[in-house]
Each structure stands twice: as structure tokens, then as C-alpha cells.
Write a protein that binds this ligand. Structure first.
Ligand code: GLA
Length: 384
């Protein structure tokens, strides 16, 4: 049974009627441009074929009731009094709170939710939940879903309601991705360009089976270091500094902060080069940029762990692999490799085995296809 069939059937089982809407919101893998979003820089993620699914029906009151099939748990609240309640429901409550704060008209709904995005693997399941919830409120409330505006709502929910100080990338790609494309996002003005992906090569996501939460200190520490570097360099964000200017002005900067800044500045340049490489169908160049990104995240930004480094090195040594890097916030989670499609199976098997032998952990490797951002997969006006 497809996810769409499963979620539609689950809705019928719970509510004895047909859902008004079935929504799908994807997770993401970032191809290049890591820890650049909160520096007002460039990122190049793609939405993946793993997603959050919600089937829902409108209610006549201001209650929101959503059952997660995955957690086998219900979250329920009134739009007139949204309060904190620890757990996955915080993302739904946070989105409702942020939408109301921004003046959107909300109405109640009830539904069921499922997901095939692995949690904590660095594939942005929380941003996908936020974009699915925002879409649900827009459909039930009868107003349009504007991707950048909704991404900002999701980010506000995450930052101010959930308390994770993340950037805008994950929500933007879940809101605005397109099948067959990566999305170049300028995180300063949220302008985007769809970049066609190669058809003969694939991106393999490689979950190291090690985890790190965004609410932990590492991510916030890096943000603070970047802000300190920007202050030293006399700019509002590191986005405003290019490599020659950085070299001119970095004298006297503390070694740690200097390396953080160097990562962000070189990474922004790599994103723009990667876009050119993809446009020219130059996978070897794209792969080299991914390798360089990983080295910079490992040595300058210091957000990899041993397992990510092992996974990336093993991948880079496989035939048919153009390049590999960690992806997402780091300190655990997943890596991504660009691989010849014809060799993808052999690649995943070999890396899986070698990784198990090197770490004793059981990784998950799978080819990911670029999918659409959040979308309404079915709608119905009848409720029986
Ligand atoms: C996490 C955050 C993003 C971004 C990445 C690092 O995924 O949610 O906003 O900062 O880390 O690139």
C-alpha cells in the first residue's frame, strides 16, 4: 500500500468519513551549503522522496486534533488557547501559534499523520511536519500558501516555540522543492532558483546511525562564533565577506573564529560553483566541491564526528562515486554521495559493509530522488 493509501485508510478508520485533504511534505538532503543559511548565505538542498503525510477534515469549531500513527499518540489543542505540551505535537502547536501571531485566520481540523522520514537522521523531519501543518491550516482557512512566508512561519515556530535556533533552509526546501531539481536559496532575501539535477547520476543518503539534537549546544555555539566573526570583520553577516577581503582583514582574529569564518566564506563560494557545475552537467566537479565542503566542515567548522568522517572517506574511495560530504547540522546524522546510477547498488552494498566493519554500527543507505515540496495529493468535498 502506498503512503497515500495508508493515510487515507487510517483517516477513514478513525473518523468514519473521507478526508477533505491529503497533504505530503518532504524531508530534505542538503547537497552543499552547510551552516551558511544563518549567515545570510547560499544553500543548495533537494526535497527527497521521504515525507510526512497528513489526511485531514475541517471541523466546525476551533479544536485541532491530530493522531500520529508513528508515535501512536494524539495531540489536541484549542486555537483559542495554545499551550506547550512536550512531544512531536509542539511543531503543530508552534505553527498554529506563529500563524496566529502573524495574523492568519485559522480554523479547526482533525486528522492522522504518518512519516517515512527517519527521525534525527538530519533529513529535516521537523521542518516537514511544520510545512505539512502550515499547508493544513492554509487549506482549512481558505488562504493561499506562499512558500517563503510559510517557511518563515515554520522557522519562527521552531525558534520561538520549540526552542531550536535553526536557520531557514529546511523549511524553504520542504515548502518550495521541485521534482528533478535542487533549490538554490539565497537566505538573505529568500529568492530561489530551481537547478536541474543530472539524470544519469544519483544522490545516495547515508545515515551513520549516530544522532545529535539541534537543541544541544554545538549548533548554537557555531552560530555565536559566526556572529562574533562577523562583528570582528565589521559586517552584519559573514555573507558580506569574500575570500580576498577575509584574508585582508583576518589578522588579529582568534584562530577558532577565523576557521569558522573561513568555512562559511569558502562554502558560500562553493555553492555558487556547484550550481554552475550542475548546470554544465559536470558531476566530477560537483563531486570535488562536495569533498571540499566536507573537509572544510571537518577541519574548519568542526561539526563532523568520527562516523561521518568514516562514512565519507569510505564513499569517496568507491568506484563510481564523484564525491561525498556530511549533510545537515552535523555532529551525527547523515552524509550524502553523488554516484553513477549504474553503480549505485554496488556502492551502497560496499559502503554499508565497510562502515559496519569500521564502526560496529548498522547504517542505512538509500538512493534519494528529488521530489516536489509540500503538496495537496487529494481533496474531496464529500465527507462520507
Ligand atoms: C540544520 C538547520 C539548518 C542549517 C543546517 C546546517 O539542518 O536546521 O537551518 O543551519 O543545520 O546547514
Amino acid at each position: 500500500m502506498s503512503n497515500q493509501q495508508t493515510i487515507t485508510r487510517a483517516f477513514k478508520d478513525h473518523f468514519s468519513k473521507t478526508p477533505h485533504f491529503v497533504i505530503r511534505a518532504p524531508g530534505r538532503v542538503n547537497l552543499i551549503g552547510e551552516h551558511t543559511d544563518y549567515n545570510d548565505g547560499f544553500v543548495l538542498p533537494m526535497a527527497i522522496d521521504r515525507a510526512i503525510w497528513i489526511a485531514l477534515g475541517a471541523r466546525n469549531d476551533r479544536q485541532v486534533r491530530l493522531r500520529s500513527l508513528h508515535f501512536d499518540a494524539l495531540t489536541e489543542f484549542s486555537l483559542d488557547e495554545i499551550t506547550h505540551k512536550p512531544g512531536w505535537g509542539e511543531y503543530i502547536r508552534g505553527v498554529a501559534w506563529a500563524l496566529q501571531e502573524a495574523g492568519y485566520r485559522l480554523a479547526g481540523w482533525e486528522g492522522v499523520m504518518t512519516s517515512d522520514i527517519p527521525i534525527g537522521a538530519g533529513l529535516s523531519s521537523s521542518a516537514a511536519v511544520e510545512m505539512a501543518a502550515a499547508k493544513a491550516f492554509s487549506l482549512v482557512g481558505g488562504w493561499g500558501f506562499d512558500p517563503p512566508a510559510m517557511a518563515q512561519i515554520g522557522q519562527r515556530a521552531e525558534n520561538q516555540w520549540v526552542g531550536a535556533n535553526t536557520g531557514i533552509m529546511d523549511q524553504m526546501i520542504s515548502a518550495a522543492g521541485r521534482a528533478g531539481h535542487a533549490l538554490l536559496i539565497d537566505c538573505r532575501d529568500l529568492s530561489t532558483q530551481q537547478i536541474p539535477l543530472p539524470t544519469e547520476n544519483v544522490f545516495v543518503v547515508m545515515d551513520t546511525a549516530t544522532r545529535h539534537a539541534h537543541t544541544d549546544s554545538g549548533y548554537n555555539e557555531r552560530r555565536e562564533e559566526c556572529e562574533a566573526a562577523a562583528r570582528f570583520l565589521g559586517v552584519s553577516h559573514l555573507r558580506d565577506v569574500d575570500l580576498p577581503t577575509f584574508r585582508d582583514r583576518a589578522g588579529g582574529m582568534g584562530e577558532g573564529i577565523r576557521r569558522r569564518a573561513r568555512h562559511v566564506i569558502t562554502e558560500n563560494a562553493r555553492v555558487l560553483e556547484a550550481v554552475e557545475a550542475l548546470r554544465q552537467g559536470d558531476s566530477p566537479k560537483m563531486g570535488r566541491l562536495m569533498d571540499a565542503s566536507h573537509a572544510s566542515l571537518r577541519d574548519d567548522f568542526e561539526v563532523t564526528n568520527r562516523e561521518l568522517n568514516v562514512m565519507v572517506e569510505l564513499s569517496q574511495n568507491q568506484p563510481g562515486c564523484f564525491g561525498a560530504r556530511m549533510t545537515g547540522g552535523g555532529f551525527g546524522g547523515s552524509a550524502v554521495a553523488l554516484v553513477e546510477e549504474a553503480r549505485a547498488k554496488e556502492f551502497t552494498q560496499a559502503v554499508d559493509e565497510a562502515y559496519q566493519a569500521a564502526t560496529g554500527l548498522d547504517p542505512h543507505l538509500y538512493v534519494c530522488r528529488a521530489s516536489n515540496g509540500v503538496e495537496t495529493m487529494a481533496r474531496s468535498t464529500t465527507t462520507s
